[in-house]
Structure formats: C-alpha cells, structure tokens
Design a binder for this molecule. Structure first.
Ligand SMILES: [Zn+2]
Length: 261
C-alpha cells in the first residue's frame, strides 16, 4: 500500500469462517498497512462467544456483543443475561451489537420476534450505558420508532442505506452514520447524497468484512485496509483532505465509545 492511514474499522466480522484459513496472516498484514483497531461485531449467539475470544487473543480487536435480527430467535432471557455478564467482564467490549431489524430476507424471524430482540438489547445498552451498533435493512420506520423509545441510548446506524432525511433523524437522536464500500460503487447515488449532506463529525467508516468490499476490490473478501478507498471517496465527495478526514473519523469513533485508542 502506497499510502498509510491510521485506520479504525468500526464494523467487521472476522469471526466469520471466511478467515479460518489465514486469520493470523490477515491481521498481521492489516497492522502493517496501518490498521490500528477493529470493532468485531457479533451476529449470532455463537458469534458472541467467538467475538469475545478474538478480543482476548488479538490486541487490536475490540468487540460488540449482541444478536443480529437474522438470528433474533436465538435470543432468550437466559442468553441475554449471559451476554450482559460477558460485557461486564471484558473491557474490550465497547458496544452492544449488531442488533436491529431486517425485513429484506423472507426467511428471517418474524417482525415481532425481531422487534422484541431489538428492544431487549436496547434495554441492555441502556442499563450498561453503552452505545449500540444498529443494523437496519428495509425497516427504516420501525427502526427509528424503536430508537426513539430509548433516548438515553446512542450508537451507529451501520451500513447506512436510508435517505438524507432519515440520516438527519438518526443524527438528531445522537447516532452516527456508518459508511461501507457501497459509497464507492458506481450506481450508489443515495449514500453519496448522504455523504455530501451530513456533518463530517457524525460519520464513521467500516468494512462489514467479509462483505461489501469497496471498488476496486468489489466482490472479493473484504478486509479492513480497504477502508482507505472509503476514506478517499468521502474526502473526494466533500472536497476535503483525506488525512484530516481520517483523523476526524477516528475521533468520532473514540467519542462514541468514550475511549482513546
Ligand atoms: Zn455487520
């Protein structure tokens, strides 16, 4: 890599089996390429345990623990209690996530089950005074309604896919907007509009690795050093210096998690 940023990837899934063959090697290369930290976001209940383990094994991995809407039916009261104790016992767990609503996939748990899991985990974040990592796919209105029920909680709406108006509503509630490689895709007008319009101090960058690799690596397995492309794209959209943007983005994330890394 010709240019080095200090990259913090605010959303990735390195517990995914896609990295089982070469995880150590990938992490070594990421560090060499300027990645200073990664927030690994749990998705399933199994992934909660894997994420916790990753944070203990690798110094630059932090974690968000929670159950994704696709797996909302895995969340029981007992498991929620276990997640709570795991968060309390590990100071590298800095958020509850990823949690939210996903109405895109028909085979997902019912909307009621998803909403119950989201509310239960929002309550957990409120109790632990922690930020949340929100997943919202094709569920903007219901997501916003539930976020409004918890005015004490803030966080990030990750892989943001809504309009400028929706972004502004989320920001008003104290949320940050997460940008993935989608902002580099040729036909993504909507997210480019959002990148143009919202304040730079409400933006975060993320890979959602192994998914969503930015151009010119679209379609490949994603990795955190590719965030360079996202930073440079947003800097271009805003006509600002990418190095300054990089520093601002890191500050934004550290403000959210109330930690300096
Ligand atoms: Zn994710």
């Amino acid at each position: 890599m010709e240019k080095k940023y200090r990259i913090f990837d605010t959303h990735a899934h390195y517990d995914s089996e896609d990295y089982d063959i070469d995880r150590n090697e990938v992490f070594k290369e990421l560090k060499e390429n300027g990645v200073i930290g990664i927030l690994n976001c749990a998705s399933s209940y199994d992934s909660v345990k894997l994420t916790d383990e990753l944070t203990k094994k690798y110094d630059f991995i932090y974690g968000a623990l929670g159950v994704h809407p696709e797996n909302a039916d895995e969340l029981t009261d007992e498991r929620l209690e276990i997640i709570k104790e795991m968060i309390k016992a590990n100071d590298k767990i800095v958020a509850v996530g990823e949690i939210g609503l996903d109405y895109y996939w028909e085979e997902n748990p019912s909307r009621e089950i998803q909403k119950n899991a989201l509310r239960a985990q929002m309550n957990l974040a409120k109790e632990l005074k922690m930020p949340v990592v929100i997943h919202d796919r094709d569920a903007h209105k219901d997501t916003l309604d539930i976020l409004k029920e918890f005015p004490e909680v803030n966080g990030v709406v990750h892989c943001f896919s809504g309009s400028v108006e929706f972004a502004k509503e989320c920001i008003k509630l104290g949320y940050y907007i997460g940008f993935t490689g989608v902002v580099t895709f040729k036909n993504s007008r909507k997210i480019v509009e959002v990148a143009k319009e919202i304040p730079v101090d409400r933006m975060l960058v993320e890979t959602d690795a192994p998914f969503m690799a930015p151009v010119p690596n679209r379609g490949k397995r994603n990795r955190s050093d590719y965030i360079k492309e996202i930073i440079e794209k947003i800097a271009e959209i805003r006509s600002i210096n990418p190095d300054e943007l990089n520093i601002q983005l890191n500050t934004n994330f550290f403000n959210l998690i109330k930690k300096d890394i």
